[in-house]
Design a binder for this molecule. Structure first.
Ligand code: NOJ
Ligand code: MG
Length: 555
């Protein structure tokens, strides 16, 4: 195995600016007890893998007590671990193990909604309309002569109306599944509770939070209609990230983060928060970031970019310009647990894999923080043929869309499914892995220089050496740290600004559809997603490939 450079020191408060964060979808990462479900001890056991991969931090998806209707994004107790995932002691052990290896740990916080199994919601249902218990959620009278119609036209992100009626006639709001009632963030008790929850996990040593639906907690006063619905052929979800909805990205949501930031700052060692936020423009998204709000927001535009140089260039330029304004480098994301894996989005099969490998080198060469989704380092494709009866995404029955295909348990090794996911190689897994994954397991790829896993390992090592060193080009002196180079059409070419005396890194990505000649002035190749073609003393970069070059230090 290729040895990796040492991780960023945990004493660096600005670690998140250039970190590589690995998203652990806990349920599908590693199963320690053979019940077919990944757990915290499983995470603990695989920490050396993550250290050797060369990432700086882990983001764990929710492991709290939950009926698991929405994969744990339906939390019944924000201060406890679900028995399926282990215990609080297992959490402490896992985070201690991570810190000992120099890895930071970010946890998911789900403040927009609780589970309907949360004691607050049970109490709300038992209490009368107008009670303090109901006021922690969004209960309203219906419309129509008998209140038989929902209070407004809002639609659930998972399909269908965003309102469910309770036996006494009131309706409650749920922007997601009916088992995920939205909390009322205009109620001070809700705010106080979440501030305590943040402290609870900060006290346990977490290095940061990924904030679920960070744009959703405040709803427009009076809960006005959107004025367009699926019934008239214009689903509201089409406005997500493109337009303003009365239930998303309301100005007052920023008050919440201005209250959270001092809490994070009151702890030592650079505790941070990253928003899962959707806004109508990069400018509106940037409002979540800054010294008095959050440290980062996921840059989903990068994930949504199409396979073309223009599309990527536009997203990169916009993101870097916004990050300069707010004074924080942006984030880069290609996949997560909600989105079809990028190998498949880019065309599936060999083409998709080639492009995914090139995209990885592009992303890892950019200034800022990178979020990897578990399994992308193995080049895993989306599993498209899961039997319907095994799919667990609550959106599936209502929309026919399911996110299960990117959540299949990871293949670690061995010849039989689920390929080392469980403690003794065999055993159950909550979703079946395709037999083609035998060749994609960690063990199968380790030591194979052509493998995607070794490409990621090598790239992460080089990234540390050349672009992400603390005090290096990501430091305050040059907030962007990237300059575009002249290139042929369809080719992305940029240099990372190196500090004086350090070698510079050049990245080329060929999206032109034909091999391109590499300019000898770019320096010596140090890594390529496909072997460069050496001919007549010149070098060609193949189609759908990327490569990094190191230029000697300039004065
Ligand atoms: C975003 C999460 O990433 C997704 O998995 C979840 O279903 C929704 N938020 C609701 O919590
Ligand atoms: Mg288990």
């Amino acid at each position: 195995m290729t040895p990796s450079a040492p991780p960023h020191p945990r004493t660096d408060d600005d670690w998140w600016r250039s970190a590589v964060v690995y998203q652990v979808y806990v349920r599908s990462f590693a199963d320690s007890d053979g019940d077919g479900i990944g757990d915290l001890r499983g995470v603990r056991s695989r920490l050396p893998y993550l250290r050797d991969l060369g990432v700086d931090a882990l983001w764990l998806t929710p492991f709290y007590r939950s009926p698991m209707i929405d994969g744990g994004y339906d939390v019944a107790d924000y201060r406890d671990v679900d028995p399926m995932f282990g215990t609080l002691a297992d959490f402490d052990d896992m985070i201690g193990g991570a810190h000992a290896l120099g890895l930071r740990v970010i946890v998911d916080i789900v403040p927009n909604h609780s589970s309907s199994a949360h004691p607050w919601f049970t109490a709300a249902l038992a209490a009368a309309p107008g009670s303090a218990e109901r006021d922690r959620y969004l209960f309203r009278a219906g419309r129509g002569t008998e209140g038989e119609l929902p209070p407004n036209d809002w639609e659930s992100i998972f399909g269908g109306p965003a309102w469910t009626r309770v036996p006494d006639g009131q309706w409650y709001l749920h922007l997601f599944d009916p088992s995920q009632p939205d909390l009322n963030w205009r109620n001070p008790a809700v705010r106080a509770e979440f501030e305590e929850i943040l402290r609870f996990w900060l006290d346990r040593g977490v290095d940061g939070f990924r904030i679920d639906v960070a744009h959703g907690m405040i709803k427009a006063e009076g809960l006005p209609d959107v004025g367009r619905t699926s019934a008239d052929g214009r689903p509201q979800i089409e406005l997500l990230g493109r337009g303003r909805l009365p239930y998303f990205d309301q100005d007052e949501v920023h008050d919440i983060y201005r209250a959270w930031r001092p809490i994070l700052d009151s702890y030592p060692d650079g505790r941070m928060a990253v928003a899962e936020a959707w806004a109508e423009s990069p400018q509106r998204l940037a409002r979540y970031i800054g010294p008095d709000e959050l440290h980062q927001a996921f840059n989903f535009d990068f994930m949504d970019a199409t396979w073309s140089a223009d599309s990527f260039r536009k997203v990169i330029d916009t993101a870097l310009a916004e990050s300069t304004i707010v004074g924080a480098p942006t984030t880069w994301v290609l996949s997560n647990h909600d989105r079809q894996r990028h190998v498949t989005r880019y065309g599936d099969g060999p083409v998709g894999l080639r492009r995914a490998r090139a995209a990885a080198l592009l992303m890892l060469a950019l200034p800022g923080c990178v979020y990897l989704y578990q399994g992308e380092e193995l080049g895993l494709p989306e599993v498209l043929d899961l039997p319907d009866e095994l799919r667990q995404d609550p959106a599936f029955p209502r929309t026919g869309q399911s996110r299960d295909g990117c959540r299949v348990p990871l293949p670690w090794g061995g010849g039989l499914p689920p390929y080392g996911f469980g403690p003794d190689g065999g055993g159950p897994a909550w979703l079946p892995a395709p037999t083609t994954w035998r060749a994609l397991s960690v063990a199968a790829q380790t030591g194979d220089p052509e493998s995607t896993l070794e490409l990621y390992r090598a790239a992460l090592r080089l990234r540390r050496e050349h672009t992400a060193l603390p005090g290096g080009p990501d430091g305050a002196a040059d907030p962007v740290g990237l300059s575009w180079l002249e290139s042929e059409p369809g080719v992305l070419a940029f240099a990372r600004t190196a500090p004086a005396g350090a070698p510079g890194l050049v990245c080329l990505v060929n999206l032109s559809g034909a091999p391109v000649t590499v300019d000898g002035g770019h320096g010596e190749p140090v890594i390529a997603s496909q072997a460069l073609d050496e001919r007549d003393g010149g070098r060609m970069l193949p189609v759908d490939a990327a490569a990094w070059f190191v230029r000697p230090a300039t004065g």
